[in-house]
Design a protein around this ligand. Structure first.
Ligand SMILES: Nc1ncnc2c1ncn2[C@@H]1O[C@H](COP(=O)(O)OP(=O)(O)OP(=O)(O)O)[C@@H](O)[C@H]1O
Length: 534
């Protein structure tokens, strides 16, 4: 205390210098944050050392398991040390943590790595790169698939961990198609150097299209699980401008799948060909345009990050602007179709644990005749665990659908065009024909025509009842007087018009009945054939 401080500091630094001459050890420090940025070497060391901690003898370790990782994580306790051996050289690691001084107190953490000074070259040139590479592998292995959604023009800060059980093993799909998709994904993932060599951006676009319930969302989940990629789900109609769209894309992590579901619902059809650039949403303040979207596919997607996959889904491929569909934007168009027998067998194995059954033959005959989605088949199979009961339920469902599909096409001609409604629609004919042959009725088939005008109907019903000498309920109307007609010219004119309308309507009913009879015969024949085969 008798010496001035500057002199004390000088003496202590010279003393350290002098003692260092005799020490053979060197130490590197890895702080968790460097200039307020996360230090990648600290993180890498954390993962790398954590991997060997369960295998070495160490008095205390911290173990944790969080939702965002797959496996247990081990880390060193404060002020403890361990030794790692790399190329026969001992590397001594110590872990420290402390509380920072100042206004905002926060934890600071750091590792110290000590080694013989002769091995400094080995540490910087080989050991540290090895740690970084190993940490990347561990990170990938530990990763769980997360779902990011965009709200208020940003990705949600807390993504949801998806534990979707759908994988390519459980996805029921025509064997070849599944194989082709998996091969395409694997080829893409292993082609980073190839893309670089040919000067192409490392990205791939898939268009999934097909009727509802044919497994488009399930396929996306299977892709994400296969690649262990996060999913970024983008609803274009919730994005306000092209600029926001760009920012959203730029903030996506690498190795992720961008999903745009129901792309046909978000984009104004043919807006390029018409020459008028329409916003995707029609409210005035929204300005995401098709050209914005194309730039987004070609430009931004091309320059940011690597290994990006884009998946767009639609139920109606023909509603999408061709500009979006061309190769380079959508490289693979995957049509997901109604349930085939091969897909059914996969579902039966998954849901009932059976690979064959005497009822399979019946189902094999029915499936090509019925438009049924895998989702519907899965819905039937999941109802009970008893294979026989479950398969019988499915057969009943398929038979009912077969009959309904066949008959729903049959309707009086004038009703099939909603833009030209019949003048005599009040009674809603034909739609609810009961099918006596098999007990199925058509009550659930919707009328395509507009709702009838009830007041006008009452008037017509009155006229018609007079003409037919029957009341609206089919009772005989004895008050009808034919002399009234001769006296009243305008009334005659109206009646003639009604007669013509009724004739037309009756004719169309007749046609419908004939077609229905034919269809019923075809359906009955089909069922008879299936029965006979069984
Ligand atoms: N190919 C399939 N293999 C196994 N299960 C399937 C398949 N397709 C559909 N399913 C089952 O049906 C459910 C609904 O299917 P999914 O949501 O994938 O269909 P989708 O084509 O995306 O339908 P939408 O067009 O209505 O969004 C799934 O959760 C899954 O259980």
């Amino acid at each position: 205390n008798y010496l001035p401080e500057s002199l004390r500091l000088y003496i202590s630094s010279r003393f350290k210098e002098w003692t260092n001459r005799f020490t053979t050890e060197e130490t590197m420090v890895f702080k968790d944050y460097q200039s307020s940025k996360m230090n990648q070497l600290f993180q890498a060391a954390n993962l790398y050392l954590g991997e060997s901690l369960p295998t070495i003898s160490i008095p205390r370790v911290t173990v944790e398991k969080t939702e965002s990782v797959r496996n247990l994580s081990f880390s060193m306790e404060k002020n403890t040390e361990m030794t790692d051996v790399f190329e026969n050289v001992a590397m001594r690691w110590r872990y420290f943590s402390d509380c920072s001084q100042g206004m905002h107190k926060q934890d600071i953490r750091w590792y110290e790595l000590s080694f013989h000074k002769l091995h400094k070259g080995l540490v910087t040139k080989s050991y540290l790169p090895h740690i970084l590479e190993r940490a990347n592998t561990i990170k990938e292995r530990n990763r769980v698939v997360q779902l990011h959604t965009a709200t208020h023009d940003f990705w949600t800060p807390k993504p949801v961990v998806i534990q979707h059980p759908m994988t390519f093993q459980t996805l029921a799909m025509n064997g070849n198609l599944k194989k082709e998709i998996v091969e395409d994904l694997d080829r893409f993932m292993n082609s980073k150097e190839y893309y670089q060599r040919i000067g192409k951006v490392w990205k791939r676009g898939y268009l999934l299209y097909g009727p509802p319930g044919t497994g488009k969302s399930s396929l996306i989940a299977a892709m994400a699980n296969h690649l262990n990629f996060d999913i970024y789900n983008l609803n274009l109609s919730a994005v306000s401008t092209d600029l926001v769209l760009q920012n959203l894309l730029l903030s996506m992590a690498n190795r992720s799948i961008l999903v745009i579901e129901d792309i046909d619902c978000s984009i104004k059809l043919q807006n390029r060909e018409s020459g008028i650039e329409q916003p995707i949403r029609y409210h005035q303040q929204n300005k995401v345009t098709l050209s914005g979207l194309l730039n987004f596919f070609d430009g931004i997607l091309s320059c940011c990050g690597e290994g990006k996959i884009l998946v767009a889904t639609t139920n109606y491929k023909d509603r999408i602007d061709p500009a979006l569909l061309r190769a380079g934007r959508m490289d693979m168009h995957i049509y997901l179709t109604y349930c085939t027998f091969s897909a059914f067998k996969q579902l039966a194995l998954k849901y009932l644990g059976i690979s064959d059954h005497s009822l399979f033959r019946h189902i094999e005959m029915l499936l090509p005749e019925v438009k049924v989605s895998p989702a519907e088949v899965a819905g039937e199979l999941v109802k009970t665990r008893d294979p026989k009961v479950s398969l019988k339920g499915l057969i009943k469902h398929l038979e009912e659908k077969l009959v309904a599909d066949g008959n729903s096409e049959v309707r009086p001609r004038h009703l099939s065009s909603p833009s030209q409604p019949s003048k005599c629609q009040a009674k809603e004919p034909s739609i609810s024909f009961p099918l006596e042959s098999n007990g199925t009725n058509m009550d659930n088939v919707k009328s395509p025509g507009p709702k009838p005008d009830v007041s006008a109907d009452k008037e017509k019903a009155k006229m018609e009842s007079k003409l037919t000498e029957n009341g609206p309920d089919g009772e005989v109307d004895n008050n009808f007087d034919k002399k009234d007609l001769i006296r009243d010219q305008p009334l005659c004119h109206n009646i003639l018009q009604i007669i013509e309308d009724m004739e037309k309507e009756l004719l169309s009913h007749k046609e419908a009945i004939t077609t229905l009879e034919k269809k019923s015969c075809v359906t009955l024949n089909k069922l008879a054939k299936i029965k006979a085969t069984i």
